[in-house]
Ligand binder design. Structure first.
Ligand SMILES: Cc1cc2nc3c(=O)[nH]c(=O)nc-3n(C[C@H](O)[C@H](O)[C@H](O)COP(=O)(O)OP(=O)(O)OC[C@H]3O[C@@H](n4cnc5c(N)ncnc54)[C@H](O)[C@@H]3O)c2cc1C
Length: 380
């Protein structure tokens, strides 16, 4: 392993924070810089929670990474003493006529030995009576899936990084006309600079990242659980993915309410838009809740979040060296599914940053091609 005295990581979302921690653990001197600070409300890594599940269609790679990530989150939870993970399980609801990705996930789980159960519609209704599944063909239940407490996970990762001697700074990393990273108007002089600025990577790298990164806003709403009832809590209900309805969500945990997103691709100006949800999302999510969760009809929306993802054409992450700057490593490309992989991605990126290995072909900057939903790890 090459020895680097000085590494800068720009961006303290889950990708940057996990990479910084992994590098610091390896004994490097690391500075983590963020424009608004770790855990800020603009970042993709904000919000209370994110789903962790190995459900990735026919994609062995991410399925294995997610399984490893689960172990790593459990270790991090033990190490930090913070509640980072709730193992409430996750279910994919397969709608008649839209089952290819779900069928593939089942095959992958069987092949790789991932614990799962395939439930018929009738079994689903009995097992999870919170859901109205009359339009569902079957469900795949992954009991060792759950949710990561996202904001807490970012803060805990950064605190651990500091505990190991890492330095956290507030700063706005920019790029010059050659896409060279700059801080305070001067080129960053570190041995290696890791760029993990999430969706902001696109504008910072108009030639390298913008062509492979489109940005989409997503609204999520939290609906109150019925008074006096814990039926919709994580102890009694799993996370879910409902591709047929373009939705996913999580049961209530720590009193936040049931979280549901109905994904309506939405433009977002990531620097200037206020993070307020849109009326259309409110209506669509309420309609969805009414259809899928009859027990929540009449309950009130108690919280909401509006954030963004950067999506690559093939929904694979980015972990590659800048084509012109040999010591600038780009890490991100969230594509809506990076959070869960955070510690594994961080470790991978750390090894890459110090020259232990080359990147995986899927993480190279380009060229990228759009995959069919059946090929895609995210089913989109
Ligand atoms: C609504 C929603 C639901 C999601 N659900 C899931 C899920 O269930 N499971 C899952 O695994 N993933 C999920 N994701 C995706 C996941 O949250 C993201 O993939 C992940 O958070 C991306 O992390 P990141 O570190 O790459 O980017 P970010 O979290 O955006 O971090 C980038 C950081 O860089 C900083 N920054 C930006 N510009 C600069 C600059 N110029 N200088 C210095 N710092 C800068 C920002 O302040 C920010 O802190 C979801 C995303 C959204 C929006």
């Amino acid at each position: 392993m090459a020895r680097y005295s000085d590494i800068t990581v720009a961006g303290a979302g889950i990708a940057g924070a996990s990479t910084a921690l992994a590098l610091q653990r390896r004994g490097h001197r690391v500075t983590l810089i963020d424009k608004w600070g770790p855990g800020n409300s603009r970042a993709s890594s904000t919000d209370y929670n994110r789903v962790i599940r190995a459900i990735h269609g026919r994609d062995d790679f991410y399925t294995r990474w997610a399984r490893e990530a689960r172990e790593r989150w459990l270790e991090l939870q033990a190490e930090t003493g913070q509640r980072l993970y709730y193992e409430c399980g996750a279910i994919i609801l397969a709608t008649d006529g839209h089952c290819q990705w779900e069928d593939d996930t089942c095959d992958t789980f069987t092949r790789l030995g991932v614990p799962h159960h395939r439930f018929s519609q009738a079994e689903l209704q009995t097992r999870f009576p919170q859901f109205d599944v009359r339009d569902i063909a079957y469900g795949i239940y992954e009991p060792e899936a759950g949710m990561i407490m996202a904001h807490r996970a970012v803060i805990s990762t950064v605190q651990l990084f500091e505990k190991f001697g890492g330095v956290v700074k507030r700063g706005d990393v920019t790029t010059d006309s050659d896409e060279r990273p700059m801080l305070d108007g001067k080129p960053i002089q570190s041995d290696v600079t890791v760029i993990a600025t999430g969706p902001w990577m696109a504008d910072m790298f108009p030639r390298t990242i913008k062509p492979i990164g489109s940005i989409m806003g997503i609204n999520v709403l939290y609906t109150s659980t019925p008074a006096g009832s814990d039926r919709f809590d994580a102890d009694n209900m799993p996370c879910w993915i409902d591709h047929g309805q373009g939705s996913f969500g999580m049961p209530s945990v720590e009193g936040h309410g049931v979280k549901a997103a109905v994904v309506i691709p939405e433009k977002i100006d990531i620097d200037n838009d206020e993070r307020l949800i849109k009326r259309e999302s409110l209506t669509r999510t309420r309609d969805y809740i009414r259809k899928r969760f009859p027990g929540l009809v009449g309950e009130r929306v108690v919280d909401s979040k509006f954030n963004q993802v950067i999506i690559t054409p093939d929904t694979h992450f980015i972990a590659d060296w800048h084509p012109q700057h040999a010591n600038v490593l780009m890490v991100g490309g969230c594509s809506g599914h990076l959070f869960k992989h955070g510690p594994v991605m961080g470790d991978f990126a750390a090894g890459l940053a110090v020259g232990d290995y080359d990147t995986a072909p899927r993480f190279k900057l380009g060229p990228r091609r759009k995959l069919t939903p059946a090929e895609s790890p995210s089913g989109r």
